[in-house]
Design a protein around this ligand. Structure first.
Ligand SMILES: NC(=O)C1=CN([C@@H]2O[C@H](COP(=O)(O)OP(=O)(O)OC[C@H]3O[C@@H](n4cnc5c(N)ncnc54)[C@H](OP(=O)(O)O)[C@@H]3O)[C@@H](O)[C@H]2O)C=CC1
Ligand SMILES: O=C(O)C1=N[C@H](C(=O)O)C[C@H](O)C1
Length: 270
């Protein structure tokens, strides 16, 4: 079998550049192209130069449909509206699509999942092994502790991040809610400002910090009278995400149409 041909949408972004390098470093994978939106200052630049590898003779292009035709797996770390459009292209071409973009609305996720009827699509707010293990542990701890333990999800990211809470924080909140047997939407408290009143028993709270170059830090705090259980993950750099994404892309290559998660890749599915 030849190399897994990987196309990278948003190839000049923080993650896009990491993904070019991670694909280049991975045996059995080859970068076949990358896109940036029209008008991007990186449009037409060599992908190898963008990733700090030196020229590889492939230039950042605009035509995402052509990238789906040329690739075995296309990777999307862009913005929500673009991810939805890319899911439609996956459905049209049947090409596998891996989505790491966060900040998607419920409607946007439903549209992406519908495209999973026609192409293999993996969507995950966090591609690191550690966070995906943490999701499992949080669900178990939340199932073991009752509502005397107030659950708070705390996250910190770099100053450029545009969505809040992070996709990972929401996934951790969802895991905690699943452990408790409740719907996150019914108990989530995402905004506190002014005289908001005492904490409601059973709520799952979120707090967001932004600053500097923090790659991604998440904690789930179970706070009771007399003790706190704190489960945390810290990404030291973005390589954990890009390496995880390429592992997931290799896993997705050749799968039947469907919607997959990192749990499937890591063998954590129940
Ligand atoms: N799942 C995971 O493990 C991780 C997820 N993320 C998520 O990935 C996303 C991207 O993060 P990050 O790389 O830091 O963000 P960046 O803003 O650095 O990168 C996004 C890139 O996508 C480009 N883009 C926007 N629209 C399109 C389009 N229609 N077609 C092609 N490219 C497009 C942008 O171009 P331009 O700037 O010119 O508009 C930009 O280069 C975020 O949602 C983030 O939360 C990040 C890290 C890990
Ligand atoms: O924007 C980022 O940088 C990250 N986003 C993801 C999220 O929203 O959870 C994953 C990671 O924490 C980095």
């Amino acid at each position: 079998m030849g190399d897994c041909k990987i196309g990278i949408l948003g190839c000049a972004g923080r993650m896009g550049r990491m993904l070019i390098a991670a694909t280049h470093d991975r045996a059995g994978c080859a970068v076949v192209g990358g896109t940036e939106p029209a008008g991007s200052p990186s449009f037409g630049k060599d992908l190898g130069e963008l990733a700090g590898l030196g020229p590889i003779g492939i230039l950042a292009a605009e035509d995402a449909s052509a990238l789906f035709t040329a690739s075995d797996v296309v990777i999307d770390f862009t913005v929500p509206a673009a991810s939805v459009a890319h899911a439609d292209m996956a459905a049209e071409s049947g090409t596998a699509l891996l989505i790491g973009t966060t900040g998607l609305t419920g409607d946007q996720i439903a549209m992406i999942e519908a495209a999973g009827n026609k192409a293999p699509i993996l969507i995950a707010a966090n591609m690191s092994l550690g966070v995906n293990l943490l999701l499992e542990v949080v669900e178990q701890v939340a199932a073991a502790l009752d509502e005397d333990y107030d659950i708070e999800v705390l996250e910190m990211h770099h100053r450029h991040k545009v969505d809040s809470p992070s996709g990972t924080a929401l996934a951790l909140g969802k895991a905690a809610a699943a452990g408790r047997g409740v719907d996150l939407e019914a108990v989530a408290d995402k905004v506190r400002d002014g005289i908001v009143g005492a904490r409601k028993r059973g709520d799952i709270g979120f707090a967001t910090l932004r600053g500097g170059d923090v790659s991604g830090e998440h904690s789930v705090i179970f706070a009771a009278d007399g003790e706190r259980v704190i489960l945390s993950h810290k990404a030291s750099n973005r390589e954990v995400f890009s390496r995880g994404a390429i592992t997931a892309a290799q896993w997705l290559n050749g799968r039947p149409a469907g919607v997959y998660s990192m749990k499937d890749v890591l063998g954590l599915s129940k």
